[in-house]
Design a binder for this molecule. Structure first.
Ligand SMILES: NC(=O)c1ccc[n+]([C@@H]2O[C@H](COP(=O)([O-])OP(=O)(O)OC[C@H]3O[C@@H](n4cnc5c(N)ncnc54)[C@H](O)[C@@H]3O)[C@@H](O)[C@H]2O)c1
Length: 303
């Protein structure tokens, strides 16, 4: 390396301060919803310690049970050896205490898609984490920089955005807010490759790559249903058969969660001002009725 590059690197380290390049060995995952258990499983499979933190014992246990159930199904189908299942489960523990994540190398928050809630969690991270820990959000659309700016060392914050179900889908978006250091992004990319996922790099813009393209499509499927152009079942069948998609838009909306969808569309609409992102009234009505999709056993479809 020539003198100039050494100097630039040193300058960058000075500017970005505390983050070093240590590999990730233990990961704290915050949340107990659709995504958190799947992320814990992915981490545990890659032989890192996963500590799942929920607000109550009951939801922490329910999350772990969800992982156990998924693994048991794979053992039944002959896709996973019982010894491998035991190894994965041995790598996962649960807690309700944020302080228990103090020694983790990486924290990934995956709680409700609400900026204030996430910012509060990042403030709490500041108090409990070691200074070299990386802090990541699994937000679908919120600006990562808004979370970075509430911590003392914003250079260690980035987005690590999984897809649903996290234990199945291969993609992870590595989101770079303007505050992130090169070291943080490179450690995030190392982590993503260690968990066997395909990482793509994207700047901190609402919806990143996938959701910025996907959600106008989902929203327009709801518009088509409202207009009476076709039935829900026929729209789903059409998009599966015509585009070779694994599921139609209504099945996907129910899988994502209609409350999460509403938050994502609101953020995209506020950010881009494009009417394709303005959430359709039918979506709001279903959320108001508490029909949030698979997680409440009713959304567009009944489960
Ligand atoms: N559902 C998806 O398809 C999907 C995909 C990728 C990313 N995400 C993102 O992952 C995150 C979690 O989504 P999800 O689908 O798992 O949500 P979910 O609705 O299934 O779960 C939300 C979680 O947030 C917790 N929570 C709610 N209020 C809280 C508070 N005030 N403080 C702390 N925790 C609180 C709940 O207890 C629950 O564990 C969101 O940011 C979402 O945008 C979701």
């Amino acid at each position: 390396m020539n003198d100039c590059r050494i100097f630039q690197r040193a300058l960058r380290r000075l500017r970005f301060g505390v983050v070093n390049g240590a590999p990730v060995e233990s990961v704290g995952i915050l949340g107990s919803g659709i995504m958190a258990g799947g992320i814990a499983e992915v981490v545990a499979r890659a032989d890192m310690r996963a500590i799942l933190r929920a607000r109550s014992e009951a939801s922490a246990t329910a999350s772990l049970k969800g992982v156990e159930k998924g693994l048991a199904r794979q053992v039944e189908k002959g896709k996973l050896e019982p010894a491998e299942r035991d190894r994965i489960l041995a790598n996962i523990s649960t807690t309700t205490d944020l302080g228990a994540l103090g020694q983790c190398d990486l924290l990934i928050e995956s709680v409700v898609e609400d900026l204030e809630t996430k910012q509060q969690l990042f403030r709490e991270f500041d108090a409990v984490t070691k200074p070299t820990a990386m802090l990541a959000t699994n937000t679908s659309t919120l600006p990562v920089v808004e979370m970075a700016k509430v911590v003392k060392n914003p250079e260690r914050v980035c987005g690590i955005h999984f897809f649903n179900p996290a234990q199945v889908l291969p993609l992870v978006e590595i989101v770079r807010p303007i505050t992130a250091s090169d070291e943080t992004i490179s450690r995030a990319a190392d982590f993503v490759s260690k968990i066997g996922k395909e990482g793509v790099h994207v700047l901190d813009r609402a919806g990143f790559i996938v959701n910025a393209l996907l959600f106008p499509y989902l929203n327009n499927a709801v518009r088509m249903l409202e207009d009476g152009t076709a039935s829900m079942a026929d729209i789903d069948t059409a998009m599966k058969g015509g585009c070779n998609f694994p599921m139609g838009p209504f099945a996907l909306l129910d899988l994502v969660g209609l409350d999460t969808t509403l938050s994502i569309l609101d953020t995209l609409h506020a950010s881009f001002g494009d009417d394709n992102f303005a959430p359709r009234p039918m979506l709001r009505q279903l959320v108001e009725k508490g029909r949030l999709g698979r997680k409440t056993k009713a959304g567009f479809y009944e489960y």
